[in-house]
Design a protein around this ligand. Structure first.
Ligand code: SF4
Ligand code: SF4
Length: 134
């Protein structure tokens, strides 16, 4: 009985510490999401260089309907190919498929999970840093 109580207490303690450790960054990213209308993208293109872009079925259908071919990386989950260390569609810091770009590109750096909006902090995104410093 005693050891069962101890095990239960330990489990509660672990959950409690996990919440304490993760709560401040989570609250911060939710607060940043609510300031998203003040986000000013600098068009630096870093998010197109430094991120892996996973594709949904809708993304693939949209890009194919737009006549894009041979842009899916081989192996694993469908994702955009990278060429010379950047997304295959990035040219001169501009997106060649802007109108048809994948969902994750449209949303970055603001996302919603289970109805809760949050900002994805990224050290390479100066606009997000500016938003944080406001
Ligand atoms: S990294 Fe940030 S500032 Fe640069 S293009 Fe992407 S969203 Fe805009
Ligand atoms: S599809 Fe366009 S917006 Fe998305 S990573 Fe590639 S260049 Fe950037």
């Amino acid at each position: 009985m005693y050891s069962m109580l101890t095990a239960t207490s330990m489990a509660y303690l672990i959950v409690f510490f996990a919440i304490v450790v993760s709560a401040p960054p989570t609250v911060k990213s939710i607060m940043l999401y609510h300031k998203r209308h003040r986000f000013r993208c600098t068009l630096c293109g870093n998010c197109c260089r430094l991120r892996i872009i996973n594709l949904t079925k809708e993304d693939i259908n949209r890009l194919q309907a737009a006549g894009k071919k041979d842009y899916i990386a081989v192996g694993g989950e469908p994702r955009l190919k990278r060429v010379n260390g950047k997304c295959i569609f990035l040219k001169d810091d501009r997106c060649l498929v802007h109108e048809h770009r994948p969902k994750v590109c449209r949303e970055f750096p603001f996302f919603k999970t289970w109805g809760i909006g949050y900002a994805r902090e990224a050290s390479f995104c100066l606009a997000m840093e500016n938003l944080q410093n406001e």
